[in-house]
Design a protein around this ligand. Sequence first.
Ligand code: NAD
Length: 251
Amino acid sequence: MKRFEGKNVVITGAASGVGLATAERIAEEGGNVALMDINGEGVQKVAEDLAKRFGVKTFAYDLDVSNGAQAKERIDEAAKDLGGFDTLLHIAGILRTYHTHEMTYEQWHHIINVNLHGTFYVNHAALPHLLANRFSAIVNMSSTSAIGSHPWMSAYAASKGGVISFTRALYIEYVKQGLRANCVVGGGIATPLHSDFKPPAGGDMDLMRGAMPYVSFAKPKHAASVIAFLASDDARFINGTEIRADGGALS
Ligand SMILES: NC(=O)c1ccc[n+]([C@@H]2O[C@H](COP(=O)([O-])OP(=O)(O)OC[C@H]3O[C@@H](n4cnc5c(N)ncnc54)[C@H](O)[C@@H]3O)[C@@H](O)[C@H]2O)c1
C-alpha cells in the first residue's frame, strides 16, 4: 500500500516505540515525514534511516512538546521544510506511576504538561497548517487508562482522558473545514514506556488485572497500523472518535 504518497506528515515521539513504528509505516507507504522528539539525536537517526530505506523526504527536530513556544517554532519550521503538511500524528507521551495521595504537585504537573498541554501545544501549532489543505487529519494518542481503570495512574489517566475530549472538540469545530480528528486508545504495547512500568512501592499488582490483554502484548507496529489507517483516506468517514487497540483488554 502507498496511501501516503504525496502526503506530508508531522509525527511526534518518533524516536522510540509507537512513534518510531508509525514513522516507519508512513515512510514505507510513501509519505514525507517531519519527525519530532525530545530525544533529538534519536530522531535524527530515525530520519536518516527512513530516507535511506524508503527514498522519502525526512526531517528531524528536537522538540519538548511541553514547551508551547518551541512547539510552534518547530512545527512552523517543519511546514517550511516540507512545503506544508496535511497530517499530524501526535504520539509523544510519558507514563509515571504514583500512589495518588503521595504524588507531589510537581509530579502531577509534569505528566499533565507533557501529555495534555503537549497535545494542545502541538495541535494548536499544527492547526493553521492543516487547515490550509482541502482535507487534513489529526491522530492523537490516548490510552486505555482514560476509559478503563488503572491504579497509580491518576495523572496519566486524566491526561489521556483529556486527549480524547480535546480531540472530539476539535472534530466538531473544524469538520466543515475538512479536518478529521481522531484518537487511538492504546494498551499493552511492548515499548520502553511499557517495559519501564513499575508499580509504586507496595503497589498490589492484582489491581492491574483488568488492564491486561489475554493475548501477548502488541508490537509497536500493531499500534502504528491503526494510527496509519486513521490518518489515511481509508478512514475518510471516521471523525471525532476513538479506535481502541488493546488486544481486547477492556472488552
Ligand atoms: N506502550 C503502551 O502500552 C501504550 C499504551 C497506551 C498509550 N501509549 C501512548 O503511546 C505514546 C507512545 O508511547 P510508547 O509506548 O511508544 O513509549 P516510548 O517511551 O517508547 O516513546 C515515547 C516517545 O516520546 C518521546 N517523548 C517523551 N517526552 C517527550 C516530550 N516532552 N517531548 C517530545 N517527545 C517526548 C520519547 O523520547 C519517546 O521517543 C505515548 O503517548 C503513550 O502514552 C502507550
